[in-house]
Design a protein around this ligand. Structure first.
Ligand code: CAA
Length: 380
């Protein structure tokens, strides 16, 4: 057993770390305050090849897997969680299912531009009344011979504002029960009738784009079907097995930023004539943060490694997300407490970390959904 990253992974981690420290850390507060990500960041991510990290090499990508993505995402999210989730969704919620379920024609059409970031990907599953209960979705695709006619509304669509390609889950069989009547469609953003609507004003990850997406009489050719007709729910769930590893990696990155800020402040801040790091109350917080982060990273690596082997990883990815997202929030809370009043102001980036951490327990399956998934596996 080897816990070391191999040379390729170390190289890519160092590239991601350098980029994150030089380009993302100085911009993260601006991304948060301006509610967007600087366009140069998109370009630089393209130059580094991170948009195409998991795109197969024959289509211009790096052809790497979940472990590589998780290593990169930890570094990006340590600096800027808004950028981190954007890269995560693009790779894990669009690129990965395209590679796994797409036809050659679909891959040839979309992968080259996804690999460079010329096209950004988004994933449309959730609806106003279908959140945790994804199988109850109502967005409808009527069979019109060569095409589907899509009508409905999707919410909480990460990347919608800058996406060129949407993976949309629709109901193709009204008579089939729940998950059995759902299909996945690849829909380019310029398809008539598709409109990106209301941008959500969020507590955290404010630089990332989260919108409502409307489908009004959108004609989608049948060759846009990803995977089997009425097999879309399996595509959605398999994709989320990978996506959750991305969010768990985000949580580790945010938690690590909290630990690093806490260590720095504990050495600088003096009270009772000494650095607060001399006090056991602070030392125990640092020790617990570090230990839980190490355990989170191990769960993330194990889940990613399992996925890269092509083995089922539903339980592993749910456990990684459950534990890492709880840990990110624990670390953010302790970090803010260590910073006291200063941490509660925007003089420090700690309050942003506190807000950014919160979403990791909500999106791509809330904490209680991860527990449900794990428990179902244990009891099966
Ligand atoms: N891989 C492949 N297939 C799977 C699967 C998986 N991991 N999990 C379930 N399935 C299959 C089942 O085998 C079953 O197929 P059969 O009918 O052929 O047996 C089918 O899917 C239905 O499965 P369930 O009976 O388990 O379905 P359920 O309705 O009980 O729901 C759930 C399961 C786990 C609660 C699911 O609805 C879920 O994950 N909910 C959370 C939704 C979620 O994570 N949303 C996040 C949206 S994306 C997001 O946040 C976006 C972002 O932009 C960041």
């Amino acid at each position: 057993m080897d816990f070391e990253l191999n040379e390729d992974l170390r190289l890519i981690r160092d590239m991601a770390r350098e980029f994150a420290e030089k380009e993302l850390m100085p911009r993260a507060t601006g991304h948060d305050r301006n509610g967007t990500i600087d366009p140069e960041v998109f370009e630089k991510i393209g130059e580094l090849g991170f948009w195409g990290l998991t795109t197969p090499e024959e289509y211009g990508g790096a052809g790497m897997g979940s472990v590589a993505l998780s290593v990169v995402l930890e570094e990006l999210n340590r600096a800027c969680a808004s950028t981190g989730v954007t890269v995560s969704v693009h790779n894990s919620l669009l690129g990965t299912p395209l590679g796994k379920f797409g036809t050659d024609a679909q891959k040839e059409r979309y992968f080259p531009k996804l690999a460079t970031g010329e096209t950004i990907g988004a994933y449309c599953l959730t609806e106003a009344n279908a959140g945790s209960d994804a199988a109850s979705l109502r967005c409808r695709a009527e069979d019109k011979g060569d095409s589907f006619l899509v009508n409905g509304e999707k919410v909480w669509v990460t990347n919608a504002a800058w996406a060129g390609l949407f993976l949309v889950y629709v109901r193709t069989d009204e008579n089939a029960s729940r998950a059995k009547g759902i299909s996945a469609l690849l829909v380019p953003s310029d398809t008539p009738g598709l409109t990106v609507e209301k941008a959500e004003k969020k507590c955290g990850i404010r630089g990332s784009a989260t919108n409502v997406v409307q489908f009004s009489d959108v004609l989608v050719p049948k060759d846009a079907l990803l995977g089997e007709l009425n097999g879309g729910f399996q595509v959605a769930m398999d994709t989320l097995d990978g996506g959750r590893i991305g969010i768990a990696s985000q949580a580790v990155g945010i938690g690590r930023a909290c630990l690093e800020a806490s260590i720095k402040y504990s050495k600088e801040r003096e009270q009772f004539n000494q650095p607060i790091g001399n006090f056991q109350a602070i030392q125990w917080k640092l020790a617990d943060m570090s230990t839980r982060l190490e355990a989170s990273r191990m769960l993330v690596r194990q889940a990613a490694w399992t996925r890269d082997r092509g083995a089922p990883c539903t339980q592993e990815s749910a456990q990684a997300k459950l534990f890492a997202s709880r840990t990110a929030n624990f670390c953010a809370d302790e970090c803010l407490q260590i910073h006291g009043g200063a941490g509660y102001t925007d003089d420090f980036h700690v309050e942003r970390l506190f807000r950014d951490a919160r979403i990791t327990e909500i999106y791509e399956g809330a904490t209680d959904i991860q527990r449900l998934i794990i428990a179902r596996k244990l009891l099966a």
